[in-house]
Structure formats: C-alpha cells, structure tokens
Design a protein around this ligand. Structure first.
Ligand code: KG4
Ligand code: ZN
Length: 347
C-alpha cells in the first residue's frame, strides 16, 4: 500500500476534533492520521442511575465538560489553541441537544481562531477509525459497523464512498446487547456487562434464534430479544445468568461474523474492518480474526480505544473532508438522522 499517497489525502495541519453526539464528551488533536491526543469524558455513571440515556441531562453534561475536555486534549498533545489549523465536529446523526453543544463550540472556536471547520457524520467517523492504524485497510474493504444505534455491513470503496450491503431490519446489535443486559439484571451499558458475565458462562447452554436465514446480508435481532424475554420468564430462579449472557453473546457474534464474511467473499474483498461500540467485544473480534485467517483475508479492527464514541475518529473523517476542500457554513445544521455520506442502498 502507498502510505504516502494515502496520508496526502488527509489534512496536513493540526486538527482539533470534537464529538458530543450521545453520552461521551470527547476532544482530540490529530496530525493527518496520527492521533496526538484523544480525551473522553463519559457520562455513563450519570445515565446508569436511570438505566439509559436521558437527552436533557446529556446535553447539560456536555455543556459542563466541553471546555475542560478541549483543554485537556490540547495539553495532552502539548499544543495550544493557536497551533490549531482546522476543526472537525460531529453534526449528525445523534441527540440534537448534545450535537449542538459540540457544533457550537467548533463554530465559535473556528471564528475566533479564523480557521476552517467541517461537520462530520458520526458513522463515517466509526467507519474510518481503523485508519488510525499504522497499517490501514486497503480499498475496497468490507466494514462491519456495529454501534448502539446501527448495525450495517458496508462496502467501503474509497474515503467517503460507501455502499450499504446489509443492515438490521429492527434493533441494532448494541441495542440488543443493552436490552438483553437489562433483562438479565446486568445493568447499563449492556455490551461490557454481557461480556463480563459471559466469561464464566457456557455459550452452548441455551439455544437462541439467529434471526433471518437464507442468503440475505441483513440482520434481525428482535426475535432474539423476545427469546431472551421468554427464557428469563420461563427459567426464573433456575436461570444461569452467566450461561444466558454467554449464549446470547455467542449468537450475536456468530451471526455478525458469518454475514460479514459472506459479504466479503461475495464482493471479492480481501480486507475486513470492524468498527463501532460493539467492536470492543472480545468474542466478536476473535471470531472475525479467526475467520479472516481461515479465508486468507486481512482483518483490521478499530483499535480498542477508538471503538466506542471518541473524537479521534471524527478527526479522521473531518481531516479527509477538509483536505478535499469541504467547509461548514456559519449556519451548519445538526441533524438527528442522516444517511452516511456517499451511501446508496443496494448490493
Ligand atoms: O458506538 P457507540 O459507542 O455509540 C453509538 O454510536 O451508538 O456504541 C455503544 C454500544 C452500546 O450499545 C454498548 O453496549 C456497546 O456499544 N458496547 C459493547 C461493548 N462495549 C460497548 N458491546 C459488546 N461488547 C462490548 N465490549
Ligand atoms: Zn458511535
């Protein structure tokens, strides 16, 4: 791979990146693909008391954290605001109140510093997170994007050119994790809790439905969710929480890996990437790694620190868009929903 040619497609100056789309306030400093700092202030502890994210509380917490988090990101990178040459911030999709905090900070700083800024699509950030690796993925590659709100198999043909090959027809994988965790009394957020409980469990103990069958690249997790509900109701005190968590995790990781590999084979892609919060799941990482090894494919999972929401990935996506000359206007909107730029549905 021609790394110099790839690097030339990213903005050469120092970028300050900001992410506030959901429940993490994050700021990062990047130079091309190099992450100089990536500070994340999580609101998880606050939202845990309500068992999920409360949008009003999230926005208020972003307001409180945004400036200290930016200051920390600058300090960790040993730079000052005067060194920043461009700004990138998530503007879509997400909680509108939360997005507004980051976008307003970006717009205000850009005006004060007289530097350009660009609005970034959160999922494009996730998709590009493996590009922080020293050996980034080649194009085209297949990306399994699994987050709290999205589960998609993407054909990534180039920076900013992505085609959706398959997606969930109901719940996202992370959403299913969070719901199963709540049913098992394991708390919020569900993914890490399910993973921890599954460690001592038997993944073969309970047989759970895998959702859609046939040669579709789509997913459905609603039947699995109902089966988990039935299991907890029928087993009651006899239920082994560890075995149920392990069986659930096994089913989700199995179906995600199987369909992703099928997509890669069908589209003759020899590189597979993995991104989004659920990409932090050890079983899913191992499963995809061993299946890629068996097929002779390269596997490029996002680094663990860039799986759950973070500003570094927003910096990567913002960087190549800035380098292409894209700029946000003074009245750049924030949006609750928006398609990934450059996507068209189809296979
Ligand atoms: O990408 P992300 O941080 O936020 C969204 O953009 O949605 O993803 C959050 C999701 C949550 O549903 C959380 O339960 C899940 O990622 N998650 C995990 C793990 N860590 C976070 N799921 C499975 N295993 C994990 N280790
Ligand atoms: Zn995310």
């Amino acid at each position: 791979m021609d790394l110099a040619a790839l690097d030339a497609r990213f903005f050469p100056g120092l970028i300050l990146a900001i992410e506030t789309s959901c429940d993490e306030t994050s700021a990062a400093v990047l130079a091309r693909r190099t992450v100089c700092s990536n500070v994340i202030a999580s609101q998880i502890a606050m939202h845990r008391q309500w068992g999920g994210i409360v949008p009003e509380a999230a926005a208020r917490a972003h307001v409180e954290s945004i400036l200290p988090v930016i200051e920390e990101a600058l300090a960790e990178a040993s730079v000052t605001l005067g060194d920043i040459q461009a700004i990138a911030a998530t503007t879509r999709p997400g909680l509108v109140g939360s997005l507004s905090v980051g976008a307003t900070a970006a717009r205000t700083l850009a005006m004060a510093l007289e530097v350009p800024w660009v609005g970034v699509h959160h999922l494009e950030g996730h998709v590009l997170s493996p590009f922080a690796l020293g050996e980034p993925p080649e194009f085209p590659h297949v990306c399994l994007l699994v987050s709290g709100g999205h589960t998609e198999i993407l054909l990534v043909e180039d920076l900013g050119e992505t085609r959706i090959l398959g997606k969930t027809r109901d719940d996202a994988a992370g959403e299913a994790m969070d719901k199963a965790s709540r049913l098992l009394g394991l708390g919020y957020p569900g993914g890490p809790a399910i993973q921890a409980a599954a460690e001592s469990g038997d993944p073969g103990r309970y047989s759970l439905p895998k959702g859609l069958s046939g040669d579709t690249l789509d997913f459905s997790f609603s039947g699995l969710k109902t089966a988990m509900l039935r299991l907890t109701e029928s087993e009651r005190n006899r239920l082994s929480v560890a075995d149920a968590a392990a069986s659930f995790q096994e089913t989700v990781a199995g179906v995600l890996a199987e369909r992703t590999m099928r997509a890669a084979v069908q589209h003759r892609c020899h590189t597979v990437t993995l991104a989004g919060g659920v990409a932090a799941n050890t079983l899913l990482r191992h499963r995809l790694m061993s299946e890629c090894e068996r097929e002779g494919f390269r596997f490029c999972p996002a680094p663990l620190s860039l799986c759950t929401d973070n500003a570094a990935m927003i910096g990567l996506a913002g960087s190549f868009r800035l380098q292409r000359g894209e700029r946000a206007g003074i009245s750049e909107e924030v949006l609750a929903t928006a398609p990934i730029p450059g996507t068209e549905i189809g296979s």
